[in-house]
Each structure stands twice: as structure tokens, then as C-alpha cells.
Design a protein around this ligand. Structure first.
Ligand SMILES: *[C@@H]1O[C@H](CO)[C@@H](O)[C@H](O)[C@H]1NC(C)=O
Ligand SMILES: *[C@@H]1O[C@H](CO)[C@@H](O)[C@H](O)[C@H]1NC(C)=O
Length: 569
């Protein structure tokens, strides 16, 4: 009896502790344990992702308006090889084929985005609704549901209507909040009886920093030190407004969830015993994910951002901080506007303190007072910035849990690219990346992180923004030289399928056979691809003056083959 009472007391105490004390992230704990054989909780959702501008093509078809990306890519010199997303994967026409691919992989969900100007060509709901655009998304959603694939829909994956940029300055103008809310409200009205997972924004960090600070992305503005903070401020308000709109007008009928998708690298202190490195690493994350997550979960910008940007603005002689301020009403309006957190994650950096004296070009990057480093031993198979560091994923997931009250998480983007115009379908490094990152996610779930689903990025090779078609993230290879844009499975399709059908990693013997089996299928697809475009490769060599390593390899093997054949005759 006494024992029981003590046990009760203990439970109550534990409960009180859970509620009152926000658990702190332990920076000094850095487990890099071995592979963990186990399965995911039942009902865990497996998916793949895409976005409208990157895959749809049909940029000026069926009444679609121009987006800032349509305008940006048509300016020469902005995109690698001056490529555009005008046709891209022709996803607008081929979505039925693509759903067949998803069904074959037994995906539980598909994440895609709605192009705002495809539905509202001028950006404004009051002016003109393009019913053909609505019909496209309606057909897509219906067919997904017919195939038992849950749609997870992003409302803003970077393609702002160009009119809103030209007339009002885009996200520099607070009136975007209302325009975006009108667009979102229309989507809830038209699709909300079928769509239960809504993501307001995809990677607002990139929208703000690359769109309005460095200008590498559309709309290409270079407003150093102010542009990104202003854009982010308005994006956070827009997110909150859309969440409230759903909450008040639609939730009771439609019973869906509204979240936001934040992308963040992990930042690890260079020296885990050095307090200044730990603080620098924390700043890295607070300026990255905390910038958006802290207002949305806790009500205001991270204290460290307010301190650093405020102090530097003062040193510049500015009367006010370059970081805008939320009023008390806004803070309480924004706090708690997230039913689930979408998380995009690709890579990790080591971080150390580095002071940037003010006056020498103030910018978002200088405001952080840190330097980013990478370990040359980290595998670096694809995009220049993308190093494979699986343990960083578990650290980030645990950070989210402790900082934001253990929210429900859907991983909305995770994956790896390959370099240049490589036509290698036996993508060993991608299988390794998925295996290790998904395993770290599994460990995070064991740590108590509330992850409900995982979205491999991306279903298809697609238009990779300023990198054009030079970086391929797809599970499926797309032959962009062919007008029909045929899709070919890479080995990782088979590998991912096995993770899905086993709901994780059942045991060592089985998991170790997966790669071998996957490679068997990819060599036959490789032949398929090679059989068709041998002429295509020749074109590539002449079109692209600098031969890539891949084309060189192909040429060399052609020469080698000729030798062999000669020997036979
Ligand atoms: C892209 O366009 C610019 C401007 O016309 C030109 O200078 C550049 O050579 C083009 N790049 C390629 C790879 O075609
Ligand atoms: C912001 O947008 C409004 C229209 O909604 C416009 O009247 C105003 O001029 C814009 N402000 C700027 C600075 O462009």
C-alpha cells in the first residue's frame, strides 16, 4: 500500500516536472551509436515530395499567371546554364503516371504544393479565379485519394504571383499577409473537404534570406541586413493568420491540421567543451530554425537574435533594431499556431565563434558572429553544400523536442542529390544516405521525439532552383533531354520500398541484403536508359562545351568497347 502511494506521488511529481520545467537540450551529449535495428511505430507515414514550380512545367498554360520564379528564370545569368522550369518534368500532364509510381512504392502520403498564380493569376482572389487551375489540383487530389495516398499540401513553395512582387514589393510589404490569407482560404474552401494536412510555407528561411538578402533566388533582391528580417516578419504573420482562419472557419467541419515546414541544418559546436563554441552553435540554430519556430511555438523571436541584431544595429547608429518587433497582441496571436511542425533537413555544420565587427557590410550572416566548418571526412556525394552527417539529424530532432514542447513532427524533406549530369541509376550513396538518416530518425523516436511521418525528397529529379537541372534529388531519374520526360527508377526506389514494406529495419541479415537486391534491378534500368539516349549523350557532349566527368566516362568506355569489338573481328 505504502509502495503504491509512493509510486503515485512519484507519478504526480513526474507530471509536475514535465509540465513546469522545459527540458533543456544537452549540448555536451553527442551519441554516435551504431546502427539500430528496429521498426517504426504502427501507422508511421511514408511519403515523397515535390513542389509546383520544380515539377509542373506548363508555366503559361490554361490561364496560369506568372510567378516570381517564371520572371526570375527568364532573366539570363540567374540560373545555371540559363535553364528554366518552363516544362521541367511536365508534371502538369503526367501526374497520373506519377501516382502510379507512388502506388508501386506503396507510399502513404505525397507532399506537393499548389501554385498560387495557377489558381489566382493576378494573386488576388477578388479579381479572377482560374477554374482550370483548380481542376488540375482537384484531379490530382482525387486520384491520390482513390489510390489511398494522403495528400499533404503546401500552400507556398516559393512561387509568389509576379504581379504582387511588381506592384507591392512582395514579402517586403505587410499587405501580403491578407492576400496570402485570401488564397489559403480559397484552397480550404475548394480542397479542404479532401485535404487534411496543410503546410502554409515551405522553408521560409530560404524565401527570406535567398529571396530578399542574397538575391540568389527569386525575386532576387539584395537588401542586406534588413530584407530578410522584414520578409520573415511578414511571413510569420501570414502563417499565423492562415492558421487562425482555418481554426475559426474550417476546422470544425474539415477536421484537418495546419502546420509550417521549416528547414534547418544542424549546428554542432567545434569543441564540445568550449562554452563559446556551444553558444555559437546555438546561435546558428536560433538564427536558422528558431527565427521562425520560436515565435510560432513560444511567442517571440529568440532572445539571442534580439540581443545580437539589436546591439549591432545600435553600433551602426540606427535608432531601432533591424529585427522588427512584434506587439504584445501579435505575440499572443502568433503563439501556438502550429498543429504540427514540418521539418526539412539535409546536412550539418560545425560552428565556432567568429566576431564580425559592425560597419563592414551588415548582413544576416554577419549578425550571427560565427563561422561554419565542415569535416573533410564527411561524404559529399552531390550538391556542394550537402554533406552526409546522419547523427546531426537525431540531434536536431531532439533539439526541436526540448525547445518547442515536443510538437508533432512530419519530416517534410530529407534526401541527397548527385552531381552534374550523371546518368547513374545505381545510386549507392543515396541508399546509404536514406538508410543512415532514417535510422537516426528512428533513434530520435526512441528518444521520445514525436515524429509521425517521413517524406523523401524528392519523388522525381526536378528543377533545382538556381542550380537548374544540375543537381538531381529524385528517387526517379528524369531524362530532361527527351521531350516526353520519361522517368526511370534509381536503385534507391527499391531500397526505400523495402524500408516502407518493413516499416523500418527489421534485422541485420535482411537489411544487408537490400542494397544488393536493389542494385540488381537498377542495372537493368540502366540498360533501358542507355539503350535509348546514346545519341542523347552525344548531344550532351556537343551542347555542353566542358565535358563532365560522366560524359568523359561514357566516352572512354565507348572507346574501350570499340577496342574490344575490334579484337573480336
Ligand atoms: C546565359 O546568358 C548570358 C546572357 O545572355 C550569357 O552571357 C551566358 O553565356 C549564358 N550562359 C549559358 C551557359 O548559356
Ligand atoms: C504595399 O501594398 C499596398 C497595396 O496593398 C500598396 O498600396 C503600398 O504602396 C505597398 N507599399 C509599398 C512600400 O510598396
Amino acid at each position: 500500500m505504502l509502495q503504491r502511494c509512493i509510486l503515485r506521488l512519484y507519478h504526480v511529481l513526474a507530471l509536475v516536472l514535465c509540465v513546469s520545467a522545459r527540458e533543456d537540450f544537452d549540448w555536451t551529449k553527442n551519441e554516435r551509436t551504431s546502427f539500430y535495428y528496429s521498426t517504426f511505430p504502427t501507422g508511421f507515414s511514408w511519403g515523397a515530395g515535390s513542389s509546383a514550380y520544380q515539377t509542373e512545367g506548363a508555366w503559361n498554360t490554361d490561364g496560369k499567371g506568372m510567378s516570381i520564379w517564371d520572371a526570375f528564370v527568364h532573366k539570363k545569368g540567374k540560373i545555371f546554364l540559363n535553364d528554366t522550369g518552363d516544362t521541367s518534368c511536365e508534371g502538369y500532364y503526367k501526374f497520373k503516371d506519377d501516382i502510379t509510381l507512388m502506388k508501386d512504392m506503396k507510399l502513404n502520403h505525397y507532399r506537393f504544393s499548389i501554385s498560387w498564380p495557377r489558381i489566382l493569376p493576378s494573386g488576388l482572389k477578388g479579381e479572377h479565379i482560374n477554374e482550370k487551375g483548380i481542376k488540375y489540383y482537384d484531379d490530382l487530389i482525387n486520384m491520390l485519394l482513390d489510390n489511398k495516398i494522403t495528400p499533404i499540401v503546401t500552400l507556398y513553395h516559393w512561387d509568389l504571383p509576379q504581379v504582387l512582387q511588381e506592384k507591392y514589393g512582395g514579402w517586403q510589404n505587410v499587405t501580403m499577409v491578407n492576400y496570402f490569407n485570401d488564397f489559403a482560404n480559397l484552397c480550404f474552401e475548394r480542397f479542404g473537404n479532401k485535404v487534411k494536412y496543410w503546410i502554409t510555407f515551405n522553408n521560409p528561411w530560404s524565401i527570406a534570406v535567398e529571396g530578399y538578402e542574397t538575391g540568389e533566388h527569386a525575386p532576387g533582391m539584395k537588401l542586406k541586413g534588413t530584407g530578410a528580417y522584414k520578409a520573415a516578419h511578414h511571413i510569420i504573420k501570414a502563417h499565423a493568420k492562415v492558421w487562425h482562419t482555418y481554426d475559426m472557419q474550417w476546422r470544425s467541419k474539415q477536421k484537418g491540421l495546419v502546420g509550417i515546414s521549416l528547414t534547418a541544418d544542424w549546428g554542432e559546436p567545434v569543441d564540445i567543451t568550449n562554452q563559446r563554441d556551444i553558444e555559437a552553435a546555438e546561435r546558428y540554430i536560433q538564427f536558422y530554425m528558431g527565427w521562425f519556430a520560436t515565435p510560432i511555438f513560444n511567442g517571440d523571436y529568440p532572445q539571442v537574435m534580439k540581443d545580437y541584431i539589436g546591439r549591432k544595429s545600435g553600433q551602426q547608429g540606427l535608432g531601432a533594431s533591424r529585427l522588427p518587433v512584434f506587439s504584445p497582441q501579435e505575440k499572443s496571436y502568433i503563439k501556438g499556431t502550429c498543429d504540427f511542425l514540418g521539418l526539412g533537413h539535409f546536412t550539418t555544420r560545425y560552428v565556432t565563434l567568429k566576431n564580425y565587427p559592425s560597419g563592414l557590410g551588415d548582413s544576416y550572416f554577419a549578425d550571427r558572429d560565427l563561422a561554419e566548418l565542415v569535416d573533410p571526412k564527411w561524404p559529399d556525394p552531390g550538391s556542394e553544400w550537402l554533406y552526409s552527417v546522419p547523427w546531426g539529424f537525431r540531434r536536431l530532432l531532439n533539439f526541436v523536442k526540448t525547445q518547442y514542447g515536443n510538437p508533432m513532427i512530419y519530416v517534410t524533406e530529407n534526401g541527397v542529390s548527385e552531381k552534374m549530369l550523371c546518368t547513374e541509376l545505381c545510386d549507392d550513396w543515396r541508399m546509404q544516405y536514406f538508410k543512415d538518416y532514417i535510422n537516426e530518425m528512428l533513434k530520435a523516436i526512441k528518444d521520445g521525439v514525436n515524429v509521425k511521418g517521413y517524406t523523401a525528397w524528392s519523388l522525381l529529379d526536378n528543377f533545382e532552383w538556381d542550380e537548374g537541372y544540375s543537381e538531381r534529388f529524385g528517387l526517379y531519374y528524369v531524362d530532361f533531354r527527351n521531350k516526353n520526360k520519361p522517368r526511370y527508377p534509381k536503385a534507391s526506389v527499391q531500397f526505400y520500398k523495402r524500408i516502407i514494406s518493413s516499416n523500418g529495419f527489421p534485422n541485420q541479415r535482411e537489411v544487408e541484403s537490400w542494397k544488393r537486391k536493389a542494385v540488381e534491378t537498377c542495372s537493368s534500368s540502366n540498360q533501358l536508359l542507355a539503350a535509348d539516349p546514346l545519341i542523347g549523350h552525344m548531344e550532351m557532349v556537343t551542347e555542353i562545351v566542358v565535358p563532365t566527368v560522366c560524359t568523359l566516362c561514357i566516352l572512354l568506355s565507348a572507346v574501350f568497347l570499340m577496342f574490344l569489338l575490334r579484337g573480336r573481328i
